[in-house]
Design a protein around this ligand. Structure first.
Ligand code: NDP
Length: 472
């Protein structure tokens, strides 16, 4: 059994803060679900009514939720195209993660069989390779075995496509997708329940984990704090990585499915979906599709490399993301907003600018961390650190210290604007996300200062702004 009590400074206000967040986060999620469908749709103020247990608990919702988790787990377990290596762990080992793009491989084989390597498939391959190079994904064209497909799409993207095919099939045989919108409250309830039970099991499992498997911050010895933050860094059941699975699959794909159900329901209420609903669905599908396409990039994020897997991530991934991030579409279903074409075009442009910064910054750092001599990043200026790793000081990372957060925030604004300016509620995501990223940036600074010491001070001197140039 691992020793208790790490010396890492306590975050989120320590055990009291953690306990408060465990109540506050689910309460906020249910508040938003209730007010989004109410007439006044007030972000601040009491919800229109407090649901009784009969409105929250539904065996049908539980069955649907468990089927959903099982389906996504089955997609996760599909044969792996390749295995990606995670960052180095405390014991100098690296975990391996499946990137099973069998769908991509099947597609490429199909095309080769049809057009020949120098024909259609050749041009499709070249086109895809160029597209991948544009977004900064490493593309290596070696052949077409499942192990070395030229395509970079992650298995998460494959799960999204398979889910879309299944849902499409279901709808074509009469599945009432719009009915999902009537079940949001009980589904959110079972998702929250699952997150609590799952976190408890993870905490108990972590008590038996060796010290080398513990997260830097989640083993303070205080059970409430450790339950919240997560004790074990990468809990696995055999080779099934619980955190990697939850980070991008059930919640993110669930989010776009809920959005789609809201769009379908709006079409049933008002003959066709509104332009605002199309924009919200389109923007958020792009965001989720992008995250799943670049699934491997999650391996270098704080969630995977630093935070343990406890209630914070389990609730965030399984409940908060699908039921709170779909708030704009929920709002639009009950509060239709007119949107003129010129305004819609300006909002699309804003989203495109945000996406360009977000993707450019994330891809640049991932390419650099994977291979600093890659021609796409080899010309950038860097600072050496005592750890042997380097820090970028030009390109996106020379503009501000977190250019990816800036792009993400611009997109968050673009997702809210289609909902008009009559209500504050659809701007909840922008407000919450600003607070989250400002706090996350401060946590990351602290960790980088510990890791890189003087070199980090030098980086801050050379790149003085954190997220917004000349402002913050
Ligand atoms: P980042 O991808 O920003 O990674 C931070 C790490 O990058 C640092 O710890 C450091 O790690 C490395 N780094 C920092 N500066 C430099 C530099 N100058 N040169 C090279 N490496 C550097 O972390 P996040 O996990 O917070 O964010 C990932 C993405 O996910 C972001 O786009 C963010 O907006 C998004 N996100 C979205 C959320 C949502 O709910 N929608 C929630 C949270 C994040 P090291 O040196 O060890 O490599």
């Amino acid at each position: 059994m691992a020793p208790q009590g790490s010396r890492a400074p306590l975050e989120f206000g320590g055990p009291l803060g953690a306990a408060a967040l465990m109540l506050l986060l689910p309460a906020t999620m249910f508040h938003l679900l209730l007010v989004a469908r109410s007439g006044p749709a007030r972000l601040l103020g009491l919800p229109p009514y407090l649901p009784g247990l009969e409105a929250l608990w539904s065996p049908g919702a539980l069955l649907l939720w468990l089927t959903w988790l099982g389906l996504q787990a089955a997609f996760y377990l599909l044969p792996a195209r390749k295995m990606a290596e995670g960052q180095e762990l405390k014991d100098k080992s690296r975990l391996r993660y499946p990137i099973n793009g069998a769908w991509d491989w099947a597609l490429s084989r199909e095309l080769h069989g049809w057009g020949g390597a120098s024909g259609l498939a050749g041009s499709v391959t070249t086109w895809r390779a160029r597209a991948c190079a544009c977004v900064g994904v490493g593309v290596e064209v070696k052949g077409h075995s499942p192990q070395d497909s030229p395509y970079a799409g992650g298995s998460g993207f494959q799960a999204l496509v398979l889910t879309a095919l299944l849902v499409g099939l279901g709808v074509s045989v009469g599945l009432p997708l719009g009915m999902l919108t009537e079940m949001l409250l009980p589904l959110a309830f079972v998702a929250t329940l699952t997150a609590f039970i799952f976190s408890l099991l993870l905490y108990l499992k972590a008590l038996l984990a060796p010290a080398s498997a513990l997260a830097p911050g989640g083993n303070s010895g205080n059970p409430v704090y450790d339950f919240f933050l997560g004790r074990e860094l990468n809990p696995r059941i055999c080779s099934f990585d619980c955190k990697y699975f939850c980070e991008l699959r059930p919640g993110l794909i669930g989010w776009v499915l809920i959005n789609l159900a809201l769009l379908v329901q709006e079409a049933e209420f008002r003959e066709s979906p509104s332009l605002a609903m199309w924009l919200v669905n389109g923007f958020q599908l792009l965001y989720v599709g992008d995250a799943l396409w670049h699934e491997e990039a999650v391996l270098t994020t704080m969630d995977i490399t630093h935070d343990g897997f406890g209630f914070m991530l389990a609730f965030g991934d399984l409940a908060w993301v699908p039921f709170t991030y779909s708030l704009q579409a929920q709002f639009l279903l009950h509060h239709p907003q007119p949107l003129a074409l010129p305004t819609a075009s300006a909002i699309c442009l804003l989203n495109a600018v945000g996406y360009y910064i977000f993707r450019g910054a994330n891809s640049q750092k991932n390419t650099f961390r994977k291979n600093p001599s890659d021609p796409r990043v080899a010309g950038l200026e860097t600072i050496s650190t005592a750890t042997g790793r380097q820090l970028l000081v030009s390109g996106w990372w020379g503009m501000v210290r977190h250019p990816n957060y800036l792009g993400d925030l611009i997109m968050a604004l673009a997702w809210s604007l289609p909902c008009g300016v009559s209500h504050l509620l659809p701007y909840f995501y922008l407000l919450y996300f600003t607070a989250l990223l400002v706090h996350r940036e401060a946590r990351d600074e602290q960790q980088c200062l510990q890791k890189y010491g003087l070199a980090w001070h030098e980086y801050c001197r050379r790149v003085p702004y954190r997220i917004v140039p000349y402002i913050y």
